[in-house]
Design a protein. Sequence first.
Length: 640
Amino acid sequence: MTSKQVKPLSGAVRTSAGAVRPLAGVRITGGLLHHWQRRNGTATIPHTIEQLRAAGNVANLSRLLEQDPAPYRGRYPFLDTDLYKTLEGLAYELGDGRAGEPVREFFDEVVGLLERVQAEDGYLNSFFQDPAATKKPWEDLSWGHELYNLGHLIQAAVAAARRMGDERLLRVAERFADLVVERFAHDGVCGHPEVEMALVELYRETGLRAYLDLAAAFVDRRGKGQLKHSIFPGDYFQDHLPFRELPSVTGHAVRMAYLAAGAADVYLETGDRSLFEALERLWDDMVATKLYVTGGLGSRHSDEAIGDRYELPSERAYTETCAAIAVMQWGWRMFLATGGAGYLDVFERVLYNAYAVGLSADGKAFFYDNPLQRRPDHEQRSGAEAGGEPLRRAWFTCPCCPPNIVRWMAQLADYVAAERDGALLIASYAAARVEGTELGLAMETAYPWDGDVRLTVERAPGGPYRLVLRVPGWARGASVTVNGEAWQAAPHDGWLTVERHWQAGDEVRLTLPMPVRAHGSHPYLDATRGAASLARGPLVYCVEQQDSPDAAVDDLVIGVPEIVNANIERRDDAVVLTLTAAAAPPPSTELYPELPLEEAPLETTVTAAFVPYFLWGNRGPEAMRVWVRTPDATNGKKAK
Ligand SMILES: [Zn+2]
């Protein structure tokens, strides 16, 4: 491939079919997301670098430069991706001026290794380049993860080029991608989707159509039963049916959502309507039947699979952290394609719940799977993998989630706002400076702890301009004032538009009421039938045993009136909900008592506090529930 036309670094992707363009000019300045980003820099990134070194991810590259290389360390052929995901996060940290010298040294060290380890023909993979490797490159497309590796390399490279203006990694990625364009010109597809999203980004960055065409081909080549590994069924790889014919999201959750996000990227550049129709159908079906209330995707530990419709058990929820990130990637692209606010509702549900719970409060321990319930006698997986850690762990043998958390945390500002012709769209609320369109703003808010948002115009365009504010689906009675006067416009399809001639200093205040909500579940969802979960704003709440001193959390019975009248208390690091509940021990010790039960249980009134779900498990391993019993779920017995 010759005559590369390198585009100027725009800092944001271009899209042709999309209704909305992303915006790179946002900086988060305060609040919860700012706290998360600072913690990423001060705790999670140093910890991750330490773990990557200790686990051998760096040595897996450096050993290949030695005469007599040491054996590859680790069980899986995709361990380079953990470096790539970390580099992607570091590119944001360095580019945005949040990281110091140790981070730059690590970044330079690994980039330097990659430049030197890359083969003459562009191939790069420390597992298959091992002289002692039992398999040759491209011999095992089902399990080799080589294109999955390339995908993460490209994403790191594009991030470094865009955010840092550093194109060293981009050169490495292009050489490998060019090899792949040739090798996969006519057939072949990777067992783990991911490279599709990345190739579209590489196309956006370089303008080279071959990358986009290959991404589109990879989406279309699935569904022919070519991928086989071990005991996994075809749907594990999304290879049992063509993508456009899938009736529902299925198989391995992370593979499925990465594939859909990649297909959405292909649609954004090609405008291929049949692809979009499939994406819309799959998304709608997922949201209606397969997504946990936390936004988590994937019920089954077996095959890390999504599971059947309405198969959403709480204590056995798998909901891998990587799947949460993949659902956000997919949802964001659906928003770009349509401007639909509903996609952002799901995005935010995932962000503040299924994603955020994957990281400990101190930023140094991770959940891989994210259940919605912990039973009091829960048996933690044991053995070397657990390392004796009862909840979140410092690292994993398969460490895909921790560096995925790192890169996503580092780029959260990219998902705060977007642009449509003549309009600035605020997709999510955070204390931030919003630049990149004709309208420059400072946004102040304590969101998600409260729903008051103040936007101050810092730079105004000459003519009229629209400021379009997202009104989340849960926010009833949202209102806006402009310079203190009520703005008479109702939200439409989840957006509230303020169009006017702006002047610097203009102030817009948005109020999103945040009462406590009680949510039930679909009658087919057996696992949570008759139970309620608590939410406030975008946050799902849970009760841990520590906060229910007078009753086991499994015995709490709470009616809707008690939930919606819960006391809302702002503490140091969170908003906590306190409410009264009935303590209702089981009416019978039998596992399957005959109905109706005659004896009424003795009930007492107790107080319990609910904390945001993402904060659970930071005070020791005790019982936890997202879903609590309601009077309806106690064999007809009403709570007091
Ligand atoms: Zn993972």
